[in-house]
Write a protein that binds this ligand. Structure first.
Ligand SMILES: *Cc1c(COP(=O)(O)O)cnc(C)c1O
Length: 419
C-alpha cells in the first residue's frame, strides 16, 4: 500500500522570490501605488514578450474579457459561441453585455472547443443572416463572436477558428487565461501575426489572467491585447470610468498634472495597480523558466503513468503547438477503479496529494441551467471529460522530486484501487 506524501502537496501555489518582494517594496516606497509608471512598463514588457501591440493591463482576466466584448459592441440580440469546459468568467462576461452564450462541444483529447462542433452549430443550429452572419434558428440571435478557450494552456486550432471567422464574418476573443507562455506555429498566443491576412477586416482580441494560480501572477490581474491598437485604446478608456485621456487620471497628481478630465463614456473600474505590475514585471522575467518547469512536471507524470489501463490517455500535444502546461488533466477510464472519481480525489487528499477538477461544465451550474436551454447530455464530450477528470499539481513552485513522488503515489493508488 502506497505511503502518503510526507507533507501536503498543494494544487497550485504561487512562486514568489526576492525579486518580486524588492520590486513591490520599491513601489510602496515610491509613493505611487495604483496605475502608473510600472503598469506602463509592464504593458510594454508584455507587448515585447508576446509580439503584440501595446495591450492593456487590468485587474483580472474577467475584466479583460468583459472589456473585449464591450469594445466589440457585443450586446442584446447577439450570440457568442464558447466552450462548455471553462470557468464561469468566460460566459459571465457575455451576460454582462446582455448577449447570450452559446455552447458547442469540445475535442476529447485537448479539451478545447472543437472547430468541427462550432461549424456544426453555425450551419445546423443557425441560418445565414445579414452580412453572412449566422442567425440562431430558435432565438433569432445574431452570432457575432467566437470565444475559444486555450484549455490548460494547449492552444486551440487558431487556423480552423480564423477560417470559421472569415467564413461567417465573426470576431474572435481568445480566453488565454491559461495560455501565457504557450505558442502556436512558433508564435506566442497573443502575437499579432497569428491573425491571418484574410481576416484583416475582422477583430482579434486575446485576454490573459494573472490570478494567483495561473502561469504567472500579480495576485489578481489580467491583460487585453489585440490586432487593432485603436480597439485596445478604446478598452483603455473604458477600463478607467470612460475618462477620455486615462493618462490624465494617473498623471493628475504629478508635478505637471492637471485637475481637468472628461468622462466621455460609461466605463468601468478595471485598471491594474502598480503594486500588481511590480509583481508582474518580475514574474514575466521568470515565465520561460516557469514554463520549462511545468513541461518537466508533465514529462514526469507522462513517464510514471505511461501505459496504465486505468487512464483514458495522457494529455496530448498537437503538432506545431508548444503548450504552457497550465494543467495536467488526468482522465480515469470509466469503471476501471473500484471507487468513484470523487472518492479517488478524497483518497489522494488523504495521501497528501492536492488536486482539482477544472472545470465543472458551464451548463451544469444552476445559473446557466436556469438561463440557457441546455441540459445534461447536450455536450457528451465535455461531460465525459469532466466526469473522469482530475487535474494534478503542476506549479513551478513544486520541486521535481515532489512531483516525481506524487506521480509514483498516483500510480500506486491507481493499482491499489483497480477493479
Ligand atoms: C482563471 C480563468 C478566468 C478568469 O481569470 P481572472 O483573472 O480570475 O478573472 C477566465 N477563464 C478561464 C478559463 C480561467 O481559468
Amino acid at each position: 500500500m502506497p505511503e502518503p506524501l510526507d507533507r501536503f502537496l498543494a494544487f497550485a501555489p504561487p512562486l514568489m522570490g526576492e525579486g518580486e518582494m524588492a520590486e513591490v517594496v520599491d513601489t510602496l516606497k515610491s509613493g505611487w501605488l495604483t496605475t502608473g509608471p510600472k503598469t506602463e512598463r509592464f504593458e510594454l514588457a508584455l507587448a515585447e514578450f508576446l509580439g503584440s501591440g501595446r495591450g492593456l493591463a487590468v485587474n483580472s482576466c474577467t475584466a479583460a474579457l468583459h472589456l473585449g466584448l464591450n469594445v466589440l459592441n457585443v450586446g442584446p440580440g447577439q450570440g457568442v459561441l464558447t466552450s462548455p469546459l471553462t470557468f464561469a468568467s468566460t460566459a459571465h462576461v457575455i451576460r454582462y453585455q446582455n448577449a447570450r452564450p452559446y455552447l458547442a462541444d469540445i475535442e476529447p483529447d485537448t479539451g478545447n472547443l472543437s472547430p468541427r462542433a462550432a461549424r456544426r452549430f453555425l450551419t445546423q443550429e443557425c441560418l445565414s443572416g445579414p452580412e453572412g452572419r449566422p442567425v440562431h434558428r430558435q432565438t433569432g440571435d445574431i452570432m457575432t463572436t467566437l470565444l475559444p478557450v486555450h484549455y490548460g494552456g494547449h492552444p486551440v486550432d487558431l487556423a480552423a477558428f480564423w477560417e470559421l471567422a472569415v467564413e461567417f464574418n465573426l470576431n474572435i476573443l481568445e480566453d488565454a487565461a491559461h495560455a501565457i507562455g504557450a505558442s502556436w506555429q512558433g508564435r506566442p498566443i497573443g502575437h499579432r501575426a497569428l491573425k491571418p491576412p484574410a481576416a484583416a477586416h475582422l477583430q482579434g482580441l486575446t485576454a490573459f489572467s494573472f490570478y494567483a494560480t495561473k502561469n504567472m501572477t500579480t495576485g489578481e490581474g489580467g491583460y487585453l491585447t489585440g490586432s487593432d491598437d485603436q480597439l485596445v485604446e478604446a478598452a483603455r478608456v473604458r477600463s478607467m470610468y470612460g475618462i477620455s485621456d486615462s493618462r490624465r487620471i494617473w498623471g493628475r497628481y504629478a508635478p505637471r498634472g492637471t485637475w481637468v478630465y472628461d468622462v466621455a463614456e460609461l466605463g468601468f473600474k478595471y485598471n491594474m495597480m502598480d503594486i500588481q505590475a511590480a509583481l508582474g514585471l518580475r514574474q514575466l522575467g521568470r515565465l520561460p523558466d516557469f514554463i520549462r518547469r511545468r513541461a518537466a512536471h508533465a514529462d514526469t507524470y507522462d513517464q510514471a503513468l505511461a501505459g496504465l489501463e486505468e487512464l483514458v490517455n495522457r494529455p496530448v500535444t498537437r503538432p506545431g503547438v508548444s503548450p504552457a502546461w497550465h494543467l495536467y488533466p488526468l482522465r480515469l477510464r470509466p469503471g476501471a477503479l473500484k471507487v468513484s472519481r470523487d472518492e479517488f480525489i478524497e483518497i489522494l487528499r488523504d495521501h497528501n496529494l492536492g488536486t482539482s477538477v477544472l472545470f465543472i461544465p458551464l451548463h451544469y451550474h444552476s445559473y446557466y441551467r436556469n438561463t440557457l436551454n441546455y441540459r445534461e447530455g447536450d455536450f457528451p464530450e465535455a461531460e465525459n471529460f469532466f466526469k473522469n477528470l482530475i487535474n494534478l499539481p503542476m506549479a513551478p513552485a513544486h520541486a521535481p522530486e515532489d512531483i516525481a513522488r506524487a506521480a509514483e503515489l498516483l500510480a500506486g493508488l491507481l493499482a491499489q484501487y483497480r477493479r
